[in-house]
Write a new protein. Structure first.
Length: 354
């Protein structure tokens, strides 16, 4: 297969967080009218938000979830409990406002955007749907690479472009979701190849396979990994096993970090896309808030790979960005207490002593 060596890709530089603000942020957190450390995880979260935004009183604006949708050729090999047609059906459900991610983003006042990165079935033009189609789904990676480098690059660029568009509109906190039947198979292969973990530790039930279905899925994916055994570079691994929605999320992570956004990381598929982005530029992880630990097999190990401490553990395995949307109120609360809570020095309250 051709590689990204033959198809160079322009990616945005990501600045490491400026640690010189840490002392001022810690002083601001400690001066709040509370015992030191009593807000627990919210305090370290406030520190991270302040470092990302470069402010001791950060304001988070226009929280946004982008759901990227794409189909996977490997679905035709029988790795999913649902047929590929469900991808397009669920996109229409998103557009009709009926999915879980619609409910949660409405509840929390978040912007929701749905991007067609490469759904197999044609979708009608509709308000709220952004057309970034690269192709009518990827190819079956059991037989050949899922994408050409040019296709993967186009999807990456599309994800970057959507983030930049939202940055222009004032978004500085963003999360990414996905929809694509068989994308847990793609994510499992990406994870196994890029971490070196056995496939059995990476591939789980997806949309609800029984034990026999899981065994069949793993056998099919083992054959795919063997077929592409020579592929090891991150972007080439993405092209070999990924989906258009996963590639778009990869680009979106890199662009969001370059824009100094607070990034809400969702579940297993979103984390697999982040794994690719982090292998390209590890600095992206400094901008990431890990929303939850999914119930999908492999996600806990993937979080450990990042050294991540997720905010929630709700046994979710839906995707769509739902975990990111559910974590947003906690992130908003961390920023709010840092900006709005009274201080010992300003409220006339006596600070405790050791």
């Amino acid at each position: 297969m051709s590689t990204f060596t033959d198809t160079p890709l322009q990616l945005p530089p990501i600045a490491p967080l400026d640690d010189s603000l840490r002392a001022a942020l810690q002083a601001a957190i400690d001066d709040k009218t509370k015992p030191p450390g009593s807000l627990g995880r919210l305090e370290s979260l406030a520190m991270q938000i302040g470092l990302i935004r470069g402010e001791t009183q950060p304001v988070l604006t226009r929280p946004t979830i982008i759901v990227f949708a794409g189909d996977h050729g490997v679905a035709d090999a029988g790795v999913s409990a649902f047929p590929p047609e469900v991808t397009a059906q669920m996109v229409l459900n998103f557009l009709g406002g009926g999915a879980a991610i619609n409910v949660f983003t409405r509840q929390h006042g978040m912007v929701l955007e749905v991007v067609d990165a490469g759904v197999r079935a044609p979708l009608p033009a509709a308000p709220g749907l952004v057309n970034c189609r690269v192709a009518d789904g990827t190819r079956n990676f059991v037989e050949e690479a899922a994408m050409t480098p040019a296709q993967a690059g186009a999807a990456i660029q599309a994800g970057m472009a959507r983030v930049l568009r939202h940055a222009e509109q004032g978004t500085n906190v963003i999360g990414f979701g996905e929809m694509g039947i068989a994308n847990t198979s793609a994510a499992a292969c990406l994870m196994s190849r890029l971490t070196g973990l056995p496939l059995a530790d990476c591939a789980g039930r997806g949309t609800g396979l029984d034990d026999a279905g899981v065994a069949r899925k793993r056998e099919i994916l083992e054959r795919a990994l063997a077929r592409h055994a020579e592929v090891t570079a991150p972007l080439d691994v993405l092209a070999a096993f990924g989906g258009f929605e996963i590639a778009a999320m990869t680009g979106a992570y890199l662009a969001a970090a370059a824009c100094r956004m607070v990034i809400l990381v969702d579940g297993f598929i979103a984390s697999a896309a982040l794994l690719v982005a982090a292998r390209i530029d590890p600095t992206v992880l400094q901008y990431c808030v890990f929303s939850h630990c999914s119930d999908e097999r492999g996600h806990k190990a993937l979080l450990a790979e990042f050294g991540a401490e997720p905010l929630l553990a709700l046994n979710l395995r839906l995707g769509e960005g739902t975990g990111a949307a559910l974590a947003w109120p906690l992130v908003a609360s961390a920023a709010a207490f840092l900006k709005e809570m009274a201080t010992f020095s300003g409220a006339g309250v006596s600070a405790g002593t050791a």
